[in-house]
Design a protein. Structure first.
Lengths: 350, 638
């Protein structure tokens, strides 16, 4: 890291490569795991972001994905199950100078840590949350997860799961998230672009990554993310562009007068009827509709940035309140004055 | 209560008095007691208070369940407790009388709001006959005062609705007691102005009620005389009356200032700890961040995240919250990061007695985590001592890179006493000693940073918050290789790490003062060992025993883990060791296990502190003496 690139003039950020962001720890995910490609995408993206290793922190909970921080040569914490958003909240709100990433899985953040996830989103903490969704519990060896499909047969559900799964994007949008996106582990370029956008966003960014667990839930997303299926099954969302997909863009999405969205053949309705994606819409209703366009990874499914709106970020507001308190009191707190701020009396000598 | 005045118009002088204000939860008794306490403190009395209120915000009016009381002990000399048996009871209704008549001292003054003693209220309180006329109060001097009717009468022409005017009757009671004990009225009038300035009608009603109460005492010729309690000769200095929760909050701020570490409080509201959050949230200009989390787990999680970032992470809670925080405390032990967990103990198990005090979380603090997970424990012994205890908890947390539990309780949290305000310069300094550079060499000789390389003396690991190039490191809840800190599943390494973590905490014994024994004569055979809020009651009981010409020793523990290094030797000196606790014998169990001494538990779990008299009787019993055999000279006080 000898060379430097100048950003913002003052303090040059060292030029780095993927290698600089890679720790000396041997990666121990199962061979063929989707986590490898996500790790690679992050390690390849970071040199491009103009950020410093020492100001970057990865915080995780428990699960396969949660081993991620060990493989980054940044600061990092592998914490406890489900609590990463809470820990990251304390870190990011008290250290606004840091880039804080939260690495989590569907069990970690949608089951045991569901409460922390929704509140971090609601508060708009300045963190970037990457949720590795493989629709299964991997580290505990194959139980159904809160995103597993109904009737899924697993070790803990030999007669099929009875539970309605969460739609992670619908959940995030319902939790007042300001940045919501989806990508998948088979497309490094799309991941990098999505992560870049998530990182740029001030406040809480939520990215769901469809990730293959080749041991316990192999090919769960193959039907939509496989090379041969993508054109027909993935619907790229691009801000300001009509929502179209298919090898020749022959399919599209329309908004009906009842507020629902539907897939149509462009030729049948006409190009001007196709919904133009607006990620910056203040009202999350349309993003919510898009999040529910697909019932699962067996139907055409939107990917990309669903929502990207501005709202004051928690840590900044916290700092602003502190600065305002200081201004109002005419400076930093005086301890001696605090200790005498109640009714006091003096007892004389003798 | 010696009576030394002869002039019939001058107030009679008392050396001390215990007054208990009691009424419905909505009657404003806490505020009344608090105001009386403040004016007494400003007058220079020594004071000790005991707010005693139900968990419900407004329990059914007029019932025993809804009685809220505030007890204050004022004196002209140093006192240790809020007093065993009140000398004066102000009862705003029959329920307040019935709930408290049993604890009054013989000959006590009982002032009742006679307007509230109607048939319906008497029935609600469970009285079959009117105690004011059935002779059941003959042991007391009873004054029947029509507080409600006078209060509404005086505000009649002030434009206040009668219903609102009636709510000022607590100020009437305060005025009356202020006259009876010759308290100055100006501080209270000034306070009413400030507090109710924005509500002129309420302000006016309260002022009128307060003055009416005061004048009633003066003119009604009901009372034979008024009384005075002269200033106490406390150690010279500037004093403030302070609650345990405020002292805890200020202690944390002081520790933040003295360490240069910005304070981050991650917490979730819970009785009786919430006031620490309320207090800290006012002081953002000290660089204090307060974060009201979505739950107890997030509260401590955020605090730990802030600690990782180089802040002073603190979480505050009570018993049920400690249950929820246990897993994160284990993580903090594994991460070896500074963190302070304040447990304002209350009656348990489960929701238990939210507003009542208990000391039953000691073993939880000691052992309430899976795995071998030791952490230091500090306990405050009086409301004002919460200030020092909070600073000590921070000192240990920062110096030894460990979570520390600070135990207070409901009695300390809400109780008050005069606190001699310390000189800021006299407070301990705390050095965060952040890591500044590499501390080891890699196999090829290049410098590198090992997050678990330890300081030889303290066994503390380096604290390296993000932001410093070259110190990037990853830590987590998985077992770490000694030194390098990378994940290690090696059994021998695990054993070494378990021993290192234990040795680090145990080693703190060399960094804390030896326990002091108060053994005046030097040859007592009974030692009373206490911890936490039993301090006042034990010290008062010991005074009582000594006033009988007998010897007894008292040792009080502030550090519960590790114990002071001389504790074993101290315990071995006394044939009889008594351990009074507001639990089923948790410290006594630890002492027996640790030192193989026959420490005897003295247990009480009624949601209230020990009374000095009950401890006195127990100590005497264990000395083979009895109250009758060795009468006290009567001059001793609690």
């Amino acid at each position: 890291m000898a060379d430097t690139a100048t950003t913002n003039g003052a303090v040059p950020v060292p030029l780095t490569t993927r290698k600089d962001w890679t720790s000396d720890q041997e990666v121990r995910w199962c061979p063929g795991c989707g986590d490898y490609s996500i790790l690679a995408a992050v390690q390849m993206l970071l040199p491009d972001l103009g950020v410093r290793r020492e100001n970057t922190v990865f915080v995780s909970g428990i699960g396969c994905a949660a081993r991620f921080p060990y493989y980054m040569s940044t600061y990092g914490m592998h914490s406890i199950h489900g609590r990463a958003p809470a820990i990251a909240t304390g870190l990011a709100s008290s250290r606004p100078d840091l880039d804080v990433w939260v690495i989590t899985g569907d069990g970690d953040s949608l089951s045991i840590g569901g409460n922390h996830l929704i509140h971090a989103l609601r508060r708009n903490i300045n963190i970037t949350i990457l949720l590795f969704n493989n629709q299964i519990y991997g580290l505990t060896k194959g139980q159904y997860s809160p995103t597993s499909e109904v009737a899924k047969v697993t070790k803990s559900t030999p007669f099929g799961s009875l539970e309605q799964p969460f739609n992670p994007l619908s959940l995030a949008l319902g939790a007042e998230a300001t940045f919501v996106a989806r990508t998948h582990d088979m497309d490094r370029k799309h991941m990098m672009e999505t992560f870049r956008r998530a990182h740029e966003h001030r406040g809480a960014s939520f990215v769901e990554i469809y990730q293959n667990c080749n041991v316990f839930n192999d090919a769960a997303f193959e039907g939509i993310t496989g090379k041969d299926h993508r054109a027909e099954m993935l619907i790229p969302l691009e801000h300001g562009q009509p929502i179209r997909f298919g090898a020749d863009g022959e399919h599209g999405v329309v908004l009906r007068s009842d507020g629902t969205v539907h897939i149509v053949d462009v030729a049948e309705v006409g190009e001007d009827q196709i919904l133009v994606h607006d990620a910056h819409r203040d009202n999350p209703g349309l993003a919510f509709q898009l999040s529910r366009l697909s019932r699962g990874p067996f139907e055409p499914t939107p990917i990309g940035v669903f929502r990207d709106v501005e709202r004051p970020e928690y840590g900044t507001q916290m700092s602003d309140q502190m600065a305002a308190a200081e201004a109002r009191r005419g400076g930093k707190g005086d301890l001696a004055a605090l200790l005498r701020s109640g009714s006091t009396w003096t007892v004389g000598a003798g | 209560m010696s009576d030394t005045t002869t002039d019939e118009h001058a107030p009679h002088t008392l050396d001390r008095v215990v007054i208990r204000f009691a009424g419905d939860s909505g009657d404003g008794m806490q505020l009344t007691g608090d105001r009386f306490t403040t004016s007494s403190a400003l007058l220079g009395n020594d004071i000790a208070t005991f707010p005693d209120f139900p968990a419900e915000i407004r329990a059914p009016a007029g019932t025993l369940a809804g009685v809220s009381a505030f007890q204050v002990h004022i004196s002209d000399h140093d006192i240790l407790t809020p007093g065993d048996a009140p000398n004066v009871l102000v009862a705003m209704n029959p329920a307040a009388l019935r709930a408290n008549a049993g604890i009054l001292s013989p000959g006590a003054i009982v002032i009742v709001n006679v307007d509230a003693f109607d048939e319906r209220s008497l029935t609600k309180a469970g009285y079959e006959t009117n105690p004011l006329s059935d002779g059941s109060l003959s042991a007391f001097t009873v004054y029947e005062v029509p507080m409600t009717s006078i209060t509404t009468e005086v505000s009649k022409d002030a434009g206040v609705k009668p219903r609102d005017a009636e709510r000022s009757k607590n100020f009437f009671a305060l005025g009356l007691i202020s006259w009876l004990y010759t308290r100055p009225i100006e501080p209270t009038l000034a306070w009413i102005d400030e507090r109710f300035g924005s509500k002129p009608l309420v302000r006016e009603a309260n002022v009128r009620a307060f003055k009416a109460g005061y004048h009633f005492g003066e003119t009604a010729e009901l009372f034979e005389s008024s009384y005075e309690v002269r200033p106490a000769s406390l150690e010279p200095g500037e004093y403030a009356n302070i609650t345990g929760n405020t002292a805890t909050a200020w202690g944390l701020i002081a520790a933040s200032v003295r360490s240069g570490l910005p304070l981050f409080l991650g917490t979730y509201p819970i009785t009786p700890a919430s006031d620490i959050l309320h207090e800290l949230s006012k002081h953002k200009h000290f660089g204090v961040r307060t974060f009201q989390a979505e739950d107890e787990i997030a509260g401590i999680g955020a605090a730990l995240g802030a600690s990782f970032g180089g802040q002073l992470g603190v979480t505050t809670t009570s018993g049920p919250g400690v249950d929820l925080k246990s897993e994160t405390m284990g993580l903090a032990i594994s991460l070896e990061l500074p963190l302070v967990i304040v447990d304002v103990q209350r009656g348990g198990p489960s929701t238990g007695l939210p507003t009542k005090t208990e000391q039953a979380d000691l073993l939880h603090a000691m052992y309430g985590r899976h795995g071998e997970a030791p952490l230091p424990i500090v306990a405050a012994k009086t409301p004002a001592h919460c200030f020092d205890a909070a600073i000590e908890a921070v000192r240990l947390a920062v110096t030894y890179r460990t979570p520390v539990m600070l135990l207070t309780d409901g009695y300390l949290a809400n109780g008050t006493e005069p606190w001699r305000i310390p000189d800021v310069e006299s407070l301990p300094t705390i050095d965060p000693a952040f890591a500044t550079g590499p501390n080891a060499e890699g196999p090829d000789g290049t410098p590198r940073f090992e997050p678990y390389a330890r300081d030889e003396n303290t066994l503390a690991r380096p604290w390296a918050p993000p932001g410093v190039a070259g110190l990037e490191h990853r830590i987590g809840g998985l077992e770490k290789a000694d030194g390098a800190g990378s994940v290690s599943y090696d059994g021998m390494n695990h054993e070494r790490m378990v021993h290192l973590r234990a040795a680090k905490v145990a080693g703190i014994a060399a960094d804390i003062p030896p326990v002091e024994v108060d053994d005046e004569g030097g040859d007592a055979s009974v030692l009373v060992v206490g911890w936490g809020s039993t301090y006042g009651a034990i010290a008062a009981a010991v005074r009582r025993v000594r006033a009988r010409g007998l010897q007894v020793a008292h040792a009080h523990l502030v550090h519960l883990n590790p114990f002071p290094s001389n504790l074993g030797e101290v315990l071995a000196r006394y044939p009889t060791v008594l351990v009074p606790e507001i639990n089923m014998g948790q410290l006594s169990r630890l002492l027996r296990a640790e030192y193989l001494v026959p420490a005897m538990s003295v247990s009480k779990v009624q949601g209230v502190p020990f009374r000095a008299a009950e401890l006195e009787a127990i100590i005497l019993e264990h000395m083979g003496a009895t109250a009758a055999a060795a009468p006290s000279d009567g001059k001793v006080s609690d």
